[in-house]
Ligand binder design. Structure first.
Ligand SMILES: [Zn+2]
Length: 457
């Protein structure tokens, strides 16, 4: 049977592989028109109902005349800190609430700026638009109605729990497991309860390492009843990693699966980017609901979204009712991988290089820890694939040698040759000296959820 573009290799179903073909294959002009119309309504809503934006725009000297989508760069950015201040000045929903409180039907406590949670209020319409974007996102990865999906994202309090509404909309079989509950994940996969796993890249990597070391017996496939296909697809999210070749290839090889990745932004939408089975970066899946700009990470000047461009993404919610956000600095630095795809989707594709907060500077050059992960991963099976950069204090500039901790299996805890080999590889590929310290798995910290890529010590 001929393989369809945009479909997983073992998926022979008859359904379209694009959820909302009309929107997802629309021309650039059509997407601009769709976004522009939504933005006009949103702008009016903000002018009338948001004391927060009324003041912000007044202070920025933006007059009362309409600012179109093409001139969005004339409006000021919004930071996470400002959103928190808006909440504090008029609790519990803040001075940016644009609906009456009785229209708020769901409230998430998102991660705040300084430890204390922030509040995100949604109307029924807001939840519906999240589900729309999320459904395009997960459907794009190859998850279809016939999939059985084991999720480890939890149901709350974090926004990733919204994925459960999305899977219901697609019509998959859902097998929810609490984040970090490795035993239930392993049991579920061995019992043949699921052919698809949703997890962080760290967790998928941890699972692959355990399988490789034989502490978890193979096979995952061919056991149990029903279709008996076993695990064929892993969708990673919550952190970069699923897109780093050294990490992806390892998970694919050991588990015998296809890895695709998804990404969301807590304050904007829990699922906004999804990678199709062509595995060439994550498609933007928010057309009509979210507007994305690319800016220079250093000067914050607008950049063209074109293949090869590297910049920071800025998000504007076009249809959000309760708490609209304009030009949100999400802190994600990405590389644009393309603006078309064999799957037929016309939205741009991107890969995350890292968080702005994780970026550091060595002799004037920006470096993201994902670049180090990509190198370290080549030293399997001596290393596990996890690594982090150690920073002294707040400074973003690091004087070489750059301190790097690399997680290793217990046998390689004091492998001096390995230290030298990794340091040499970093030097030849990233052009700076590093000081590698090997840390055994028992000391590196939990692998169940996200891995911090830089730590201050
Ligand atoms: Zn595609």
């Amino acid at each position: 049977m001929a393989m369809s573009p945009g479909r997983l290799s073992d998926d022979h179903c008859e359904k379209d592989w694009i959820w909302e073909r009309e929107v997802e294959t629309a021309s650039v002009d059509e997407v601009q028109r769709l976004g522009g119309a939504a933005w006009e309504r949103q702008y009016r809503r903000l002018r009338e109902a948001s004391p927060f934006y009324a003041r912000k725009w007044r202070e920025a000297g933006v007059g009362g005349t309409f600012v179109g989508l093409k001139d969005l760069a004339n409006l000021p950015f919004t930071t996470k800190q400002e959103l928190k201040q808006a909440l504090d000045e008029d609790p519990p929903f803040g001075s940016n609430l644009c609906v009456s409180p009785d229209q708020v039907k769901r409230v998430y406590q998102t991660s705040g700026t300084s430890g204390s949670p922030s509040v995100l209020a949604l109307t029924r319409g807001d939840m519906e638009s999240w589900t729309t974007m999320g459904t395009r996102t997960y459907y794009a990865t190859g998850i279809h109605e016939h999939s059985s999906v084991l999720t480890t994202f939890g149901a709350g309090p974090f926004v990733a729990g919204h994925t459960h509404f999305v899977l219901l909309r697609i019509g998959t079989r859902s097998v929810p497991v609490a984040p970090g509950d490795t035993e239930r994940v392993v049991f579920g996969l061995r019992a043949g309860l699921a052919d698809t796993l949703l997890s962080t890249a760290s967790f998928a990597q941890y699972l692959a390492n355990r399988v490789e070391k034989d502490t978890v017996p193979l096979p995952f496939r061919g056991e149990g009843q029903g279709e008996g296909r076993g695990l064929t697809h892993v969708v990673t999210g919550g952190e970069p990693g699923g897109g780093i070749p050294a990490i992806r290839d390892h998970i694919q090889r050991v588990l015998g699966v296809t890895v695709t990745e998804v990404m969301g932004i807590g304050d904007i939408a829990p699922s906004l980017f999804g990678e199709c089975p062509h595995q060439q970066g994550m498609h933007f899946c928010g057309a009509g609901h979210v507007w994305v700009e690319l800016i220079d990470p250093d000067t914050r000047a607008p950049m063209q979204i074109e293949t090869g461009a590297v910049g920071e993404m800025v998000y504007t919610t076009l249809t959000r009712e309760a708490m609209p956000i304009v030009r949100f600095l999400g802190g994600d630095i990405v590389r644009i991988e393309g603006t078309s795809c064999e799957c037929g989707r016309t939205s741009f594709r991107q890969r995350v290089l890292g968080r702005r907060d994780d970026m550091f500077i060595v002799r004037g050059v920006n470096v993201y820890p994902t670049a180090i992960l990509a190198i370290v991963g080549d030293f399997r099976p001596r290393v596990t694939g996890r690594a982090r950069v150690i920073r002294k204090g707040e400074a973003t500039s690091i004087e070489p040698p750059v301190p790097v901790e690399v997680e290793v299996t217990e046998r390689h805890e004091s492998d001096a040759a390995l230290v030298t080999a990794i340091e040499n590889a970093i030097h030849s590929r990233l052009m700076f000296r590093s000081k590698v310290e090997l840390v055994p798995e028992s000391d590196f910290g939990g692998a169940g959820y996200k891995t911090k890529l830089t730590v201050q010590k």
